[in-house]
Design a protein around this ligand. Structure first.
Ligand SMILES: [Zn+2]
Length: 317
């Protein structure tokens, strides 16, 4: 198996300078409104500065000249400061500059007194996200895992992911102890309400296929919402192949030593048949699956003490 930390960078980071001025008064935010009423959909790229797929998808949609036939469509390139430092010789380094942009999404953080490059950008983008009815947040992964949608814990998030019919894996989860993600921000995550946010992990960071998944996810959502008509010359949706499966996260395994290791080079979305199977060691403590047909969700490649090593889930539908 190729270690994904050394996987070749197949994708080319697009030049997003043409989108800097945008049309909203906020750098790298472009918003297009139709006269017909409809939802406000935000397509969001570069929450992590080294995750190229979303930037490529948004660049493709903007260059197509796509306009909404109803509602409002907004394109956001989020952590552009980190993206500007992208170096294909050291492609992991540009995930963020000061801190993870995707752990800042609570009013305590946003209204707090702390300062960082990412907090400044989050505060600028906050009203854009707060005005969204729907948010599609485009990400990619270190490991060569199959694409998956993180739909949070609301029924409407799950329904939206299933309504798209793609990607095949849908993971219902509650986020991270280290801070709230954008899809968990405010009323996106409240059990009642209509505002809905999902995150698509489109595949391995550097693969050509990952950008295709990102564009396809955007198009399926836009077409599903009947917000666009894709020109005949535009990209075509590929036929769906796998049926969707929903996984509910049951456990998060946090490393308590610097000597955490898995028993095999898991990529994620493996289904371990028998409860009690040892999947890793945390120093000399065995990590075992708590139930039959346990799904390993996004195992970390390098685990430090106090960090989430892997999350475990159960297939529910
Ligand atoms: Zn990401």
């Amino acid at each position: 198996m190729t270690d994904p930390l050394f996987a070749p960078v197949e994708l080319t980071p697009p030049d997003i300078a043409p989108y800097r001025r945008g049309n909203t008064g906020i750098d790298h935010v472009t918003s297009l409104s139709a006269t017909e009423p409809g939802p406000h959909l935000v397509l969001n790229a570069l929450v992590h500065g080294n995750e190229l797929c979303g930037a490529i998808a948004l660049d493709a949609l903007l260059r197509m000249g796509l306009r909404p036939t109803r509602g409002r469509l907004t394109f956001v390139f989020a952590n552009t400061a980190a993206y500007a430092t992208f170096d294909r010789q050291n492609p992991y380094a540009s995930r963020y500059l000061d801190e993870d942009f995707n752990r800042l999404w609570s009013s305590e953080q946003l209204d707090g007194r702390r300062d960082s490059v990412e907090l400044r950008r989050a505060r600028v983008l906050r009203p854009v996200y707060e005005s969204a009815d729907l948010l599609l947040d485009l990400h990619s992964m270190t490991a060569d895992t199959a694409p998956l949608t993180l739909c949070g814990q609301t029924t409407r998030g799950r329904d939206l992911a299933l309504g798209l019919g793609y990607p095949a894996w849908v993971v219902a989860d509650g986020g991270h102890a280290g801070g709230k993600r954008l899809i968990d921000y405010g009323s996106f995550a409240e059990p009642e309400g209509s505002r809905t946010a999902i995150l698509v992990e489109c595949g391995q960071h550097w693969r050509t296929e990952t950008a295709t998944v990102a564009l396809e996810s955007c198009l399926r959502l836009l077409l599903g919402l009947e917000m666009v008509e894709v020109p005949a010359t535009g990209p075509r949706l590929r036929p769906r192949t796998d049926p969707q499966r929903v996984v509910e996260v049951t456990d998060a395994i946090t490393a308590s030593s610097e000597r955490f290791r898995f028993t095999a080079p898991f990529l994620g979305m493996e289904v371990i048949g028998r409860a009690g199977t040892v999947i890793g060691w945390d120093d000399d403590r065995a990590i075992v699956t708590p139930h039959d047909d346990c799904v390993l969700i996004m195992p970390a490649r390098r685990v430090k003490s106090g960090q989430t090593a892997v999350r475990l889930g159960r297939i529910v539908g």
